[in-house]
Design a binder for this molecule. Structure first.
Ligand code: MG
Length: 290
């Protein structure tokens, strides 16, 4: 991407497609590798700026993503699109580097109970564990995204305070994370709660550098995205066809759909550059599976 592309996009929403990773990880259906490759290629064609392709975690823990190396090897990469991978540790980073990922993501939580259940570590331990991952990624010239989940509420602890989120964000920035991704894991936030969160985290990091990862459990994700935009957030995660469900609320929506974000910003007069038609083409590739 050139400097002028960056400049022209500075006041445009940027979407990161997380369906192939965060979406499929949370679906029980196993998707054949060739379908994943076709899906990701179609997402590239749709104009997405970033696609989280897979994750390098133990295949016995997340069998849905066990073929991430093969997926990376077979997708057709378009210039200007960032293809990223989630990595839990140094071994995962090695997998991502071997696959020539453009960016890696690490993940922790703003709630101790969620961290214990999800990554089997305290928040402090998880941050400590990421230090060699970040060093290795930076040595290889890769930026690192730091996911923080449960930024408004936790399924085990209930409400999570903006200060708790900011403390985790500060820890991640101190060890060199290049960008923060705030995950509203339960999908219960109101725009007012998103504002309180953003004002607090915004004391650490300009809001245009943050990514907001919304879930749509209560149908409020679009309202939250709209409000976050007015406050200065420019980067949003979305999941094509809302892949991912919500493991904590069976039957409820999980990840906000990329389609709804594209429509929202189109309606607001801030087009994302993503083609809804081509996004639907990508989605249709999965019609037989979900
Ligand atoms: Mg998610």
């Amino acid at each position: 991407m050139t400097e002028s592309d960056h400049a022209s996009r500075a006041d445009q929403p940027q979407l990161c497609e997380v369906g192939p990773r965060d979406g499929l990880q949370n679906e029980s259906t196993l998707v054949p590798v060739e379908t994943k490759v076709a899906f990701i290629d179609a997402l590239s064609e749709a104009g997405l700026q970033e696609i989280e392709v897979g994750s390098f975690v133990r295949p016995d823990i997340i069998p849905q993503l066990a073929d991430s190396a093969e997926v990376f090897a077979r997708i057709r990469r378009l210039d200007g699109v960032v293809y990223s991978a989630l990595v839990p540790n140094r071994r995962g980073l090695d997998g991502a580097l071997a696959a020539s990922a453009d960016k890696v993501s690490i993940f922790t939580a703003a709630s101790e109970s969620f961290a214990r259940h999800n990554i089997r570590a305290t928040i402090a331990e998880s941050i400590e564990r990421f230090i060699p991952v970040i060093e290795g990624a930076h040595q290889a010239g890769l930026p690192v995204r730091g996911y923080v989940s449960c930024v408004v509420a936790c399924p085990y602890e209930g409400a999570v305070s903006p200060q708790d989120v900011a403390d985790v964000c500060r820890g991640l920035l101190e060890i060199g994370v290049d960008e923060l991704d705030l995950g509203e894991t339960l999908g219960v936030a109101s725009p007012h709660e998103i504002e309180a969160l953003l004002l607090k985290v915004g004391e650490l990091e300009p809001l245009e550098r943050l990514t907001l990862h919304l879930h749509d459990t209560k149908g409020r994700a679009a309202a939250c995205a709209r409000h976050a935009w007015t406050l200065g957030v420019r980067r949003f995660d979305g999941s094509c066809r809302g892949l991912g469900g919500c493991p904590f609320a069976p039957g409820a929506a999980g990840n906000v759909s990329t389609e709804s974000l594209v429509s929202l910003f189109d309606e607001m007069g801030h087009p994302t550059g993503v083609s809804l038609e081509k996004l639907n083409d990508a989605s249709r590739l999965l019609d037989m599976l979900f």
